[in-house]
Design a protein. Structure first.
Length: 705
């Protein structure tokens, strides 16, 4: 990526700000070599993705003053190939920065107003128009004369007449959507993230906004980008464990057939991401849009009902009226002499999704109840521990823990929801250890309780299918698709981080990266229009040749060392599916970013028994900054018609992204290994693996070529 010294941008308040590329060498430990990062400081959501005059614009949430969230502005970078990025001056600097910030610029989108419907264009110049959420830290009267309350979120616009280099806020009338609809007037603190696009059949602009706490999308229409009318609302549906954010809505043809076009709604969710993850995630819904209303396809919706595997051994179902002590759980605090509840208790919103008649529910004296429940010791003898969980989202204060020798080994928490969902711990590496399960409630504030039911041991994981997930990993959030491209070219970028630990990852002088740009398409799989993703970069310009290209009729059980292969890699791994009649682990895959002694390693592989691809980052390097970070992430993936599994694996200095099959399954994770972790090994567990092909290409830095 071309590194240049940027000129300072004079903004309306008289402050000069620029992102200086001179502040970074782009060779720091953990610095991605082919993923976009700012030279320094904090970055989160991609914003305003726009392709215009042969240039890809990437705006992003940015803190010009530090490596944690704050003073949120719009950073800006451009590219001609989605690979080599050029930093640009800050597009929208927090108003009043740094001393007295009166307005921050939250997430939004941008369009090219080619017909000048806004009237911002003149002298033949096409205006670019950005719509974003204005966040006001305190109550004030704005230059437009409109009044806002403290912490209010409202929707504003800005325009550029020099192809995105400089921007002018529409202070004459901002915010152009001041308040949510009257029936949602109490939601002014959670009304955000406009996604705008032109809808040709009605010759109107469309804006899709999120009522975050209510899990609703609001659809507005406009003829001029200035005056907006509410047309409809959508939701709640599918995953509602956390707030809804950063919505997208756009059409895609199915199977490349322009006569079969579906609309694709993409919604960020935090917390309540994919099963087995903690924190952020991104879901999608396929349906139809008529210019005013989005309607979901029936097969894109989920009831959330899931039963445990038939081989489950029930450890605790909390049935009966005995006290917890009588059920062999040791209670402390307010849980002494208490019993499982029969569902919802007075003052609590309905608890749903539990099995049988009773469960652990610590909302006994409201959220004031505190205490712990510790199980009797048991020996781990199955691959998974499954349980239903809901309640407060707080791993320290409202959680369930697996403890060995007094140490917390696995943890889970709720998603600020009363709807119980299945969670699973992969404990295959902990066989024969003696453990206890502890349920903790030490919180007394809002969502200061936890609900748990049906703890069981099984050789199969059970996970609630409550959504279509764009990515099954923990590090793909707030994804946005590019405006300005043809229907058949849908490109998207996600924030490769997670709000659970985003401010804690051990990078400096920057924090956060963007995902590989991905081309989206819809393909019919098992009779259903399914998202398929393909990595989209200028790979030919950043390859340094094959490090390995070998085929094996069979790979014996065990490991096969490949040696030192580097830190930035593109790997293609294919192999035959395997019969799993025998008990025990049955896996094949590759270890990457490993030290020679394998004390640090990231395992990417396929589980033949569960038909899942996985990334295990539990020993991936520095995992100490957050207790949820060292974990294994799974995603469903069936073999193809020839019985083959194909994985494309993209390794960078601090990330691993896996695209399975045609791209119908993806997992994105961050990792933070040591500089010397450059080795790779192939592993086969539970038998031989046939028809193996492994191809490894080294990727050179995009910052210096």
């Amino acid at each position: 990526m071309v590194i240049q010294v940027l000129k300072a941008l004079l903004l309306g308040l008289g402050a000069f700000q620029a992102v200086s590329a001179e502040s970074s060498t782009y060779t720091e430990l953990y610095r991605p070599q082919y993923h976009f990062t700012p030279p320094k400081n904090w970055m989160n959501d991609p914003n305003g993705l726009l392709y215009h005059k042969g240039i890809y614009h990437l705006f992003y949430q940015y803190n010009p003053g530090g490596t944690t969230w704050g003073a949120i502005s719009w950073g800006h970078a451009t590219s001609r190939d989605l690979t080599h990025w050029e930093q640009q001056p800050i597009a929208l600097l927090a108003r009043g920065y740094p001393n007295n910030i009166t307005e921050m610029f939250f997430s939004g989108s941008a369009v090219a107003d080619v017909d000048n419907t806004s009237g911002f264009g003149h002298s033949g110049k096409t205006p670019l128009v950005a719509m974003y959420t204005s966040y006001y830290p305190y109550a004030q009267t704005l230059p437009s004369g409109k009044k806002v309350q403290a912490n209010q979120q409202a929707q504003s616009i800005a325009y550029s007449l020099d192809d995105g280099t400089t921007w002018t806020t529409y202070d004459k009338a901002n915010p152009v959507i001041l308040d949510p609809p009257a029936q949602y007037s109490d939601q002014i603190l959670n009304f955000r993230d406009p996604n705008i696009f032109w809808y040709k059949p009605t010759k109107k602009w469309i804006a899709v906004l999120s009522l975050a706490e209510l899990h609703k999308l609001l659809i507005y229409t406009s003829k001029d980008l200035k005056n907006w009318t509410l047309a409809s609302e959508f939701g709640p549906v599918n995953a509602v464990g956390g707030v809804w954010e950063c919505p997208n809505l756009f059409p895609m043809s199915v199977d490349g057939d322009d006569n079969n076009v579906k609309w694709f709604a993409m919604i960020g969710l935090n917390p309540g991401g994919p099963p087995g993850t903690i924190g952020s995630g991104t879901q999608y819904v396929v349906g139809n849009f008529d210019g005013a209303t989005f309607t979901a396809d029936a097969d894109s919706l989920f009831s959330g009902t899931t039963l445990p595997p038939s081989d489950s051994i029930i450890f605790a179902d909390f049935e009966g009226t005995e006290t917890f002590a009588d059920l062999d759980w040791t209670p402390t605090g307010d849980l002494i002499n208490q019993s499982p509840t029969n569902g919802t208790v007075p003052g609590q919103n309905p608890v749903t999704g539990y099995l049988g008649k009773r469960l652990v529910n610590t909302f006994l004296n409201g959220d004031a109840t505190t205490g712990t429940l510790t199980s009797k010791p048991f020996t781990i003898a199955k691959r998974y521990i499954n349980f239903l969980i809901s309640g407060g989202y707080n791993l320290n204060d409202t959680a369930i823990h697996l403890k060995i020798d007094g140490q917390i080994i696995r943890s889970a928490t709720g998603t600020n929801s009363e709807n119980l969902v299945w969670q699973s711990w992969d404990v295959s590496s902990l066989q024969n250890h003696t453990a206890v399960i502890q349920i903790v409630d030490s919180a007394t504030g809002g969502w200061g309780h936890i609900n748990v039911d049906e703890i069981s041991f099984s050789d199969s994981a059970v996970r609630s299918q409550v959504a279509n997930w764009v990515d099954w990993g923990p590090d793909f959030y707030a994804a946005q698709a590019y405006n300005g491209l043809a229907l058949e070219k849908r490109l998207a970028i996600g924030w490769m981080n997670n709000w659970q630990y985003g401010g804690l990852i051990p990078t400096t002088p920057w924090r956060s990266a963007m995902s590989i740009p991905r081309e989206f398409s819809l393909t019919t799989i098992n009779g259903k229009a399914t998202l398929v993703q393909a990595p989209t970069e200028s790979w030919g310009s950043i390859m340094s040749g094959k490090g390995l290209d070998r085929s094996f009729l069979s790979v014996d059980e065990g490991t096969k060392s490949i040696g030192s292969v580097g830190k930035a890699l593109k790997i293609k791994l294919s192999f035959s599916d395997r019969d799993t009649a025998a008990a025990g682990l049955s896996q094949f895959g590759i270890i990457v970013r490993a030290t020679p002694d394998l004390k640090q390693q990231t395992r990417v592989g396929y589980d033949f028994a569960t038909k899942e691809v996985f990334i295990d980052r539990s020993r991936s390097g520095n995992v100490s900054f957050d207790s949820t970070f060292p974990d294994t992430y799974h995603a469903p993936l069936a073999s193809n018609a020839r019985g083959q599994i194909t994985l494309q694996i993209y390794v960078d200095w601090s990330s691993v992204e896996v695209f399975g099959g045609q791209g119908e399954t993806t997992i994105s994770t961050q990792i933070f290994p040591s500089n010397g972790a450059t080795n790779a090994e192939i592993f086969s567990i539970g038998g031989n693996t046939k028809n193996v092909h492994v191809e490894i290409n080294k990727i050179i830095s995009t910052w210096d070529n």
